[in-house]
Design a protein around this ligand. Structure first.
Ligand code: ADP
Length: 191
């Protein structure tokens, strides 16, 4: 399975990505998590990414694309992967197409979690209290939502046109959302 998980900041992508990846026996690749791991280890990539992340801006495409390319070339991604938080721009969509094509495979589905924006801001502010993510503050959350609307939401139509889109209601109990995603994905033929 080669899957993408999309949705606005706070939609619960990361939580659901973990369950889905486990269900299909594929790695969940979260660009946000990889950036955060690099920030905490103080790597060159982390230093580069941090200024963008703290401002709620996207890390430049070249940086993100190279990171994803390296990650999905690792052996555990041979049988597939679930991308969480990538692609977020049209340039990333094109780059991902090239990466997947070169492996002789194809993308199987794109899951989009639909949520209520106000409720999501509440979730993010709660998360800030629990894990202290430095980008979960009012202003930065608004900027991330704005960028999602401008740069990432348009990708939904791109994948809809390709017949790959699966829209799932992301509101309600975590396990109910997971079940909805499984129900939708279990009927997707795997390439
Ligand atoms: P959220 O979806 O809540 O914004 P993520 O953990 O997915 O959180 O991403 C956190 C930050 O990491 C983003 O605001 C951005 O700065 C950076 N980032 C993650 N994925 C990408 C990407 N595909 N392209 C550019 N920047 C990214």
């Amino acid at each position: 399975m080669r899957l993408i998980m999309m949705g606005p900041p706070g939609a619960g992508k990361g939580t659901q990505a973990t369950f889905i990846a486990e269900h299909f026996g594929i790695p969940a690749v979260s660009t946000g998590d990889i950036f955060r791991a690099n920030v905490s280890r103080g790597t060159a990539l982390g230093v580069k990414a941090k200024e963008y992340m703290d401002a709620g801006e996207y890390v430049p495409d070249e940086v993100t694309n190279e990171m994803v390319r390296n990650r999905i070339q690792e052996p555990d991604a041979d049988k597939g992967f679930l991308l969480d938080g990538y692609p977020r721009t049209l340039a990333q969509v094109e780059e991902l197409d090239t990466m997947i094509k070169s492996t002789g495979h194809a993308l199987d589905a794109v899951v989009v979690l639909t949520v209520d924006q106000d409720e999501v801001v509440e979730r993010l502010l709660q998360r800030a209290l629990i894990d202290g993510r430095t980008d979960d503050t009012g202003d930065v959350i608004r900027r991330r939502q704005e960028l999602y609307g401008e740069e990432t939401a348009p990708l939904i139509e791109v994948y809809r046109d390709r017949g790959l889109l699966i829209e799932v209601d992301g509101m309600g109990q975590v396990e109910d959302v997971t079940q909805r995603i499984f129900d939708a994905l279990d009927v997707v033929p795997q390439s």
